[in-house]
Design a protein around this ligand. Structure first.
Ligand code: NOJ
Ligand code: CA
Length: 679
């Protein structure tokens, strides 16, 4: 097939296959992105070791880096490999997200499937599939069914990532007890230790990179360990047996992803992770309702109420009804109630076997509260804290979800509070095993929960989850998750999240997907008495800066009732979007994000800064040209800052258009929120 014909076919068909089968083993293979700027080259050296390298505009981005796999019960794939086949194809498609930060995603890539075979021994084979987009690369191992490799007991993945140029890295440590809830380090790449993904890098030339994974299914999460210099090796999360992963061929690993962009916006706006996930597997998902919610929650974190039964029990019938009334009066969709079920008394951390997911405490009339919510058009959001005891939860899963479905509870927040490595699952022998939160057993557990929930039309919001790898495309009821330090750290205070935390999350954790950060704190008391690193305007800005289709208004209701002027923004701001842009910002310093509401014309802007007061000049060219807007501005007052006067909020209106520029001024740890009402 001629290249021209192949090009025409690629333009006409969503998928065009053009096979280039190599009759003789070759030492190299290559593929480029549709815009031809990113190139991937795969080579084998004199000893038959396989490597890949990535360049952009002819300049190395990932220097030659090894590929391979080690097994517990079979020789590794690392040497004596030959490229025996290679096939390419192109794909160009626009697909629609049922909910999200944008409506349409373009999946435009060139694919190269390279088949490696051992040149000696049992001549086992495997493929590595590369997909090259204009904004990065994904690749994964694909093991065909073959007599010499039926059961794969993976000891370690030998994938490497060698960063070609000096760079600054933003990363959190892996294998620490508090899972994903660590502050980001900002270090030269040579000082990264054992890191989780996504990890974000910026080279001296301003090239932005993010290394992560997509479609983590039936496998263990990938971490990165720095071997030397700028060379990283994959470090899979341990499994519950000798092997880190046990699967049966045919099997394809998750995609290893390298996002590449000139500017930070290219990372924030990338659809690469979603594109590497399988399409929606649930069919009609119109029942999934993105929404804002309030809850019986913040007061427990401030120690004013308890999850446990007793005089300070938060989840009482009356308190829940008060929240339902508030949600109904303010157009918020849901009410979360934590501490409703038996099992919280005593030390619930790590005592998951005490939880019942069907028995409410006597002072919480579950049926009555659910009926009250239904009558008011508000959804009760369920809560299943498991303390990491996945096995105990699984035993009750069907009953728990059946109960919720019967009561009209179509959303549940789950929780896995246990130190890393202390989750509990059943081994194949039926005995309890300790497991890592991101090991294969817990990845399987979450999959089971999401599928069981989908059957009952329930959306799931896991806390202490497995990292997000874009599975929301396949399972849109996996609606959001935690998986980073959220607002709760500010309630505890000691130490709370630092001023730059949110301006870092935008370019790190949030590249992976939505986060249930739980913004909207107006009363800024903390348990420790330490000041919270925020202003009131920043709390409003977070509704735009952090995307989550379930977005909590996390504070006590009386704090909202005391500030109806500020609360109006929370009432107005949508949770579902047609378009998203990073209009300004630098990693860990500031972020200005503009989003257009789903099915509407209004735009919203959220801006946050670190500990520095800043004024950012922001052209409004994202607005529709030729249209006028009323900008409803919620900004830091002139003296506002997190240490002094965090509540100093100015609300004002201006008429603007796409040709205008706004000076967005923010105090230390401050922010700004704007609704652009289309006229
Ligand atoms: C940790 C969660 O992140 C938090 O939101 C929840 O309140 C507690 N676990 C209790 O389940
Ligand atoms: Ca948490």
């Amino acid at each position: 097939m001629s290249n021209r014909l192949a090009g025409m076919l690629a333009a006409l068909l969503p998928i065009a296959a053009l096979s280039v089968s190599a009759a003789e083993p070759r030492a190299s293979a290559g593929i480029a992105s549709p815009d031809a700027r990113i190139a991937v080259e795969i080579t084998t050296d004199g000893e038959g070791r396989a490597s890949y390298a990535v360049s952009r505009d002819g300049h190395a981005v990932i220097a030659p880096s090894r590929l391979g796999m080690m097994f517990t019960d079979a020789p590794k794939f690392e040497r004596n490999l030959a490229i025996v086949d290679q096939r390419t194809r192109s794909h160009d498609e626009r697909w629609e997200l049922p909910w999200g930060e944008r409506r349409y995603v373009r999946d435009h890539h060139n694919e190269l499937r390279v088949t490696f075979a051992e040149t000696s021994g049992t001549k086992r084979r495997f493929d590595v599939v590369f997909r090259v987009f204009d904004d990065g690369v994904g690749f994964r191992y694909d093991f065909p069914d073959q007599p010499a490799l039926q059961r794969l007991a993976i000891a370690e993945e030998l994938t490497e990532f060698t960063i070609a140029d000096a760079a600054t890295a933003w990363w959190i440590p892996a294998f620490e007890w508090n899972r994903e809830e660590y502050l980001y380090h900002r270090t030269p790449v040579e000082e990264v230790g054992l890191a989780q993904t996504p990890i974000t890098l910026r080279t001296g030339d301003g090239l932005h990179l993010s290394i992560h994974e997509a479609a983590l299914v039936d496998y263990s999460g990938m971490n990165l360990t720095r071997a030397e210099g700028r060379r990283f090796k994959a470090a899979l999360t341990p499994g519950i047996g000798e092997a880190k992963v046990e699967v049966t061929a045919p099997f394809a690993t998750p995609w290893r992803t390298i996002q590449i962009a000139d500017r930070a916006a290219g990372l924030v706006e990338s659809g690469l992770i979603l594109n590497l996930n399988a399409p929606n597997a649930l069919g009609d998902v119109s029942w999934i309702r993105p929404m804002k919610y309030v809850g019986i929650w913040w007061e427990m974190h401030l120690d004013r109420k308890t999850w446990a039964s007793g005089p300070k029990h938060g989840a009482t019938t009356a308190h829940a009804k008060r929240h339902i009334d508030f949600a109904a009066a303010n157009g918020l969709g849901g009410v979360l109630v934590e501490g409703w079920n038996v099992g919280w008394d005593g030390d619930w951390f790590g005592n998951g076997e005490t939880f019942s997911f069907t028995r409410p405490y006597p002072d919480f009339d579950l049926e009555g509260v659910a009926a009250y919510a239904r009558d008011k058009g508000v959804m009760l959001i369920g809560h299943h804290e498991t303390s990491g005891h996945a096995a105990h939860y699984e035993a009750q899963l069907d009953d728990a979800f059946d109960l919720y479905a019967r009561l009209g509870v179509h959303g549940v927040k789950t929780g896995y509070v246990a130190d890393a490595g202390q989750a509990k699952v059943l081994g194949t022998d039926g005995r309890l095993r300790y497991a890592w939160h991101e090991g294969q057993a817990m990845v399987r557990h979450h999959q089971k929960v999401v599928e069981a929930a989908a059957k009952r039309r329930i959306a799931v919001n896991p806390h202490e989850p497995v990292k997000d790898t874009g599975l929301r495309r396949t399972y849109p009821n996996l609606i959001t998750r935690e998986g980073a330090r959220g607002m709760e750290f500010n309630a505890w205070g000691d130490p709370g999240n630092p001023p730059e935390h949110e301006a870092t999350l935008v370019y790190t954790r949030l590249l992976a997907g939505p986060m249930d950060f739980t913004p909207g704190i107006f009363g800024m008391d903390t348990k420790s008495g330490q000041p919270m690193a925020t202003t009131l305007a920043k709390q409003l800005a977070l509704y735009v800066v952090i995307h989550s289709p379930l977005q909590m208004a996390a504070d006590l209701l009386e704090h909202y009732e005391a500030r109806p002027d500020a609360f109006r923004f929370i009432r107005d701001v949508p949770v579902d979007w047609d378009e998203t842009r990073l209009v300004a910002g630098e990693i860990g310093e500031s972020a200005v994000i503009a989003r257009r509401e789903r099915d509407g014309d209004d735009w919203y802007l959220g801006a946050v800064t670190d500990g520095e007061a800043r004024t950012l000049r922001v052209p409004l060219d994202f607005l529709d040209a030729g249209r006028r807007y009323t900008a409803q501005i919620y900004r830091d007052g002139d003296t506002a800052g997190w240490r002094d006067d965090p509540h100093d909020l100015v609300i004002e209106s201006r008429e603007v258009g796409a040709g205008d520029t706004l000076d967005i001024r923010m105090g230390p740890a401050g922010g700004q929120a704007i609704r652009f009402v289309a006229r």
